[in-house]
Design a protein around this ligand. Structure first.
Ligand code: NAP
Length: 333
């Protein structure tokens, strides 16, 4: 095998608050051999996710923290370019945890083959990947939405929120989004078909939920936490379900602020439930098949926001938190 020059983004220190650029180092290393059972994947697209912020903290979580010096953890799709593993043929497209790097040398564990054309790969990081699956199981299995219920979704123009709201619409719900800025709200209503969208950066969230949800909220699908979660809690109905999918407003805080209005859960006999998509791994393929069917029928729209180059990692990472993007955030290597 000829020598490969890998380019990789390493975590070099644990950030406090919002990470500075020197949290990571763009590095290079040579890959010049391959053991039996291993493959080399050329990463083509890399998923940039809010969860990356949490993976850098040295705390007990649903997954172990990234070690200092390790390549930055990330989902990826790529092509097998060398294989000494019977399960993966050279030329196959695969998705898995390839990391923020050009080449990934691995025993293949945790990777799955994708039957797709090269140009169609990004959707397997979004709607037909981790974020779409989170929305699917969050809405259908955790919230168990019912026809005609009112579903409120935060970060509604984002990767998870946009799919969560559309699936709730497919199931016959009234769906209200919350997103930052007029353009995103217009997109959520006009392109994705939500019934309304609240611009939390320019209007009072409390007044707007009251206006858009006159019959109260049956399901609140929360991606952001903080004040928006507190506002939603005021309007929940009896037996409401609150899905704690994420809390991006808290990820850079050293002290996480929890909900002040939690007694509304008691009063309304509601349920607040955390979820982690990995718990549904044995059902991913049937979920992907169903979502693919909705896409083909035109009932589910997918949007990927793709930026080019590993050198751009820090700029792209910041977009998760400043909201300067639409849909699933991806780096094309
Ligand atoms: P995303 O929504 O595509 O991107 C993040 C969005 O969050 C930004 O575009 C921004 O949108 C919004 N945001 C950022 N800071 C905010 C703040 N302080 N207050 C309100 N909104 C803020 O990201 P995603 O990949 O779809 O993830 C959404 C959530 O799901 C995250 O919390 C993530 O950690 C979680 N997640 C959970 C699981 C699981 O298994 N539980 C799996 C995947 C993702 P605006 O421009 O609208 O502000």
């Amino acid at each position: 095998m000829k020598n490969l020059e890998n380019k990789l983004v390493r975590l070099v220190k644990r950030p406090k608050g919002f990470p500075n650029e020197d949290t990571w180092k763009l590095d290079s290393e040579s890959i010049n051999d391959l053991s039996v059972g291993e493959i080399i994947i050329e990463n083509l697209y890399i998923s940039i996710d809010p969860a990356m912020r949490g993976w850098m903290n040295e705390v007990r979580s649903y997954i172990k923290p990234i070690e200092i010096g390790e390549v930055m953890r990330a989902g990826s799709v790529g092509k097998v370019i060398h294989s000494k593993n019977k399960l993966y043929k050279k030329g196959a497209f695969v998705s898995g945890w390839g990391g923020v790097q050009k080449y990934c040398r691995t025993d293949g564990k945790g990777f799955v083959e994708i039957n797709s054309k090269k140009n169609d790969l990004p959707i397997f990081l979004g709607t037909l990947g981790m974020t779409g699956l989170t929305a699917y199981f969050g809405i259908l299995e955790v919230a168990r939405v019912k026809k005609r219920e009112t579903v409120l979704v935060s970060a509604a123009a984002g990767s998870v929120g946009s799919i969560a709201g559309q699936i709730a619409k497919i199931k016959g719900c009234k769906v209200i989004g919350i997103a930052g800025g007029k353009d995103k709200c217009n997109y959520v209503v006009n392109e994705l078909g939500f019934d309304a969208c609240i611009d939390y950066k320019n209007e009072s969230v409390l007044r707007s939920i009251k206006r858009e949800c006159p019959d109260g909220v049956d399901v609140y699908f929360d991606n952001v936490g903080g004040d928006i979660l507190d506002s939603a809690l005021i309007f929940i109905n009896r037996n409401a379900r609150i899905v704690i999918c994420g809390a991006i407003s808290q990820y850079n805080n050293s002290v996480v602020v929890g909900p002040k209005n939690y007694l509304s859960i008691l009063v309304n006999r509601a349920k607040m439930m955390g979820m982690v998509v990995f718990d549904y791994a044995d059902r991913y393929s049937s979920a992907i098949e169903e979502m693919n069917g909705w896409i083909k029928k035109g009932n589910l729209k997918s949007k990927e926001d793709i930026y080019v180059g590993l050198d751009n990692f820090y700029n792209v990472f910041q977009k998760l938190f400043n909201g300067n993007k639409l849909g699933k955030l991806i780096i094309k290597v």
